[in-house]
Every structure is written in C-alpha cells, then in structure tokens.
Design a protein around this ligand. Structure first.
Ligand SMILES: *Cc1c(COP(=O)(O)O)cnc(C)c1O
Length: 458
C-alpha cells in the first residue's frame, strides 16, 4: 500500500487558519440581497439587528471582504476539537478496488457530533460580546441545538431550543445532551408561540419541520428582551464560519501537493458544503484552478434538483426576511426521513447563485442508498457516519466506481459532517428492511410551490 500520504493529515500550529473566508467576496454574480417582506427593499443592518446580533448582521450583509479575522476567543475554543483530521480513505479505496484517491474531512469529533459547533461558538461569542442574556434557536436533527447548548454553556449564556417534533421523539438522547449543557428544549410546533399554536391547529398531526421551528424561535426572540435568534445553516454568516473546514482541508492538501478533482458535500441549508468548498471555489472563481463541486441532497427534499430559484421566506410562519434561493416553498413539509439535518425547504443564497451559474452540480439520493453507503463506510473506514453525511459518502463512492470503469485516478474530497450515534433507530429500520424511499411526485411538490409568496416583479 502506498504510504507516502499518511492516513490522517494534521496541521501544525502555524498552519491553522486565523481568518474565515467569505465566498461572496469573490463571486462575480453576487447572491441576491435579503428583502424586507413588508417593503420588498433590501434588509438594512438596523433591521437585521433586531433579530441577529449586530456583528453577525454585519457579516450577513458583507459581500466585499474576502477574509475576516477569527476572534482569539473563538480560535481558542476551536483548539479544543480542531483542526479536524483530513483522512485518506485507504481502506474504502481498497474495498472498492478503485484507482481514485478518496479523502474526507471529519467534523464529528466533538460532543455535538457535527460541524455545527464551528458556527455555534462564533454566534454565541458575538451574542455575549454584545452583552446579551441568551439566544433562541431551532434544531432539526438535534446537532445544531446540541452545538449551541455547548457554546452557551462555555460562554455562560442561556439557551432556548425549539426542536422539530419528529426528531424530539426519534432522538430523546439528543435532548438530554442539550439539557446536560443547560439548554431549555421544546418540541416544535409547540404551544409556547402564536405561530406554533396556529400550525398545530391547522396540522394537529404534523411532524414539524425546520421552517416551522425557525418561526417559533424568531417569534420568541422578538418577545424576549436581551435575546437574539441564531440559525445553524442557510445564512451567509454560517457559511463564513464553516469556511474553517475548507481552509483547513486546503492547507492539509497543499502540504502534500494534493489537488482534488471532485469536492462533494451533503446539502441541507448548504453550510458544510459552502464551508468545505469555499477556498477551492475561490481558486475557480479567480480562474486559477478548476474543480467539480457536487451537492448531494435527499430525494425526498430536493431543493436544488427540483426546486424553484425564487424569493421565498426562510421559515413556514413567514416571519423571516425573503431570500432568493432554490426552494420547495416555505410550506413544503418534508417527509420524516432520518437525515433530519437535510429536511429544509430552501438553500443558502450564495450556493443557489453558484448553482444557477453552473459552478456547482447537484444530485439527489434515496434513503436506502445512503444507508448502504453508510454501512460500507462504517465497515471499511471504522467511523459510523450520520445519515446526512452518508449522502456525501454515497456520491463519493459513485464517483470512485466511475473511476474504476474509466481507469482514471481522480482525487475525491468529501465532507464527513458528523457521527451517527444518535441515529441508531434509523440504522435499525434499515437493517430490518423497514425503511421507505419516499420521493415526492410533481403534484406533491406543487403543493409546496403554492406556498411561495406572490411577488410579481422579482
Ligand atoms: C446540519 C447537518 C447537515 C446539513 O446542514 P448544512 O447546513 O447543509 O451543512 C449535514 N450533516 C450534519 C451531520 C448536520 O448536522
């Protein structure tokens, strides 16, 4: 076996990134601005600062500065679990008998179990810096809520989490981890907010959705002085913080002169993919290098592959600004698939623009396919992946198998966003052959599109 490249590439102290990378700065076609749904004018800093911390509102609007300093306190927190290893999947390559080289960046090596902590600590830090008491947020699968709970415990802020009901029920242990870190957790839709009560009245049996939990968290924020809302994906600021993944990955690869041909990430709201690909996309945008980028989404929630590129609300209750993005409609309620972190109707606006410009590709995968890939990965590489991450694994395997056919030795990099320890119910269903592959029909999607706001001039 070739061992010139180690199984794991780590970074030395002086190679650790000290700035985040802001992808939008290098985009020629900038993502469309967030709009105030009342006036249909671009959201101003003042307006955004009602809901978000001021520094984060600034980051949200910044499409000029390519590099932004990571505050020292956040750098210090990162040191507890970063840099995350970049691993060469020698064992998987061997099993697939492929000439391709496969690398993955593993983000599950912290208690929250995913990349979400990279942005949670940043957002909670800025809240604390502004002298706030606490933050409110939502969580889908539970990874984001856990990450925020950890960040709040560390910086001693209070934390209120609305957890999508089906995950609240499927993953009681996640809830307990959050409570261990001091968070207050409610299933969403809840009876604690006007929007929650309204949704419950209209859909008493709903499984909940991220869009709905966001509405609840935003409403509670507006009613709670000293609190701001924070969100774990979709927003530009989240992609900015997640760029730490790509910056580390690129530094590690550069060290060994490895240039990936294909970069793959699962896509829920787009933050891990945007973060991983950011510094590579920069090279592409500047015309220095070319890469193929692939977003992988669940066939049951296909925002990029089957959605519309229009202005929509980021939540179901229509309380957030309007974002131009690939969307299935804010009223689209995805089926209760097990990759809870990918059950979101929209997509980050910058990624949406890049996709519209043909700079990234997108594919979708069915549930049983991704669990097959997850199992193969667990058995060969050792790490038990999150179902979300398994979407990226599946496509990395597909690409490696294509190389086997053509004899090309392409270099594949994918994001392994988290561990699957809290998803054993899903694995159980898969093993017992009780897992269904729900793919919405065009008529099903039409129901979601009906909820798009009617904005004739946009
Ligand atoms: C939240 C989550 C995702 C999807 O979110 P993105 O913002 O698209 O990255 C993927 N994997 C894991 C493990 C997650 O927790």
């Amino acid at each position: 076996m070739e061992t010139a490249i180690p199984y794991k590439i780590y970074l030395d102290e002086d190679e650790i990134p000290k700035q985040w990378y802001n992808l939008r700065a290098d985009m020629k076609n900038k993502p469309a601005p967030l709009l105030n749904p009342g006036t249909l004018e671009p959201m101003t800093l003042e307006e955004l600062s009602v809901v978000f911390c001021e520094e984060l509102a600034k980051q949200e609007l910044d499409d000029e500065n390519p590099f932004i300093d990571i505050p020292q306190e956040i750098q210090d927190f990162y040191k507890m679990y970063r840099p995350s290893p970049l691993t060469r999947a020698y064992c998987l390559e061997k099993k697939l008998d492929t000439p391709a080289q496969i690398y993955y960046k593993f983000e599950g090596n912290n208690t929250s179990g995913s990349h979400k902590l990279n942005s949670a600590i940043a957002q909670v830090y800025y809240a604390k810096n502004q002298g706030l008491i606490g933050v409110t947020t939502e969580t889908g699968a539970g990874q984001w809520g856990t990450a925020v709970s950890m960040a709040c415990a560390y910086l001693e802020l209070t934390c209120k989490v609305f957890m999508v009901k089906c995950s609240y029920e499927q993953k009681p242990f996640r809830r307990e981890v959050m409570r261990t870190y001091g968070a207050q957790v409610s299933p969403s839709p809840s009876t604690e907010t006007v929007v929650g009560r309204k949704i419950l009245e209209e859909h008493p049996d709903t499984n909940g959705s991220l869009g709905c939990a966001i509405s609840e968290a935003v409403e509670m924020t507006l009613d709670s002085p000293g609190y701001r809302y924070i969100l774990g994906s979709v927003l530009n600021q989240v992609l900015l913080h997640q760029s730490i993944i790509g910056l580390e990955a690129k530094a590690a690869m550069d060290k060994y002169n490895i240039k990936p041909d294909i970069i793959i990430g699962c896509a829920g709201g787009g933050s891990n993919l945007g973060g991983l690909m950011g510094p590579f996309m920069r090279e592409k945008l500047l015309g220095n290098e070319d890469y193929k980028f692939i977003a992988v989404e669940p066939a049951s929630c296909p925002s990029l592959t089957r959605g519309k590129y229009v202005y929509d609300f980021c939540d179901t209750g229509m309380v957030t600004p309007l974002a131009k993005m690939y969307t299935l409609g804010n009223g689209f309620i995805p089926s209760a698939i097990h990759a809870g972190g990918l059950r979101y109707h929209g997509m980050n606006p910058a990624l949406s623009q890049l996709y519209a410009d043909g700079l990234i590709e997108a594919v979708s995968a069915k549930q049983t396919e991704i669990f097959e890939a997850a199992e193969l990965f667990a058995r060969t590489e050792g790490t038990l992946p999150a179902p979300e991450s398994a979407h990226a694994i599946k496509v990395a395997i597909d690409e490696a198998l294509k190389c086997k056919e053509t004899g090309e030795s392409k270099i594949i990099l994918f994001g392994l966003t988290g561990t699957g320890y809290f998803d054993m119910q899903a694995y159980e269903k898969f093993h017992d052959h009780k897992m269904e592959n729900y793919v919405p029909t065009d008529a099903d999607l039409e129901v979601g599109f009906q909820s798009l706001p009617d904005l004739p001039n946009l």
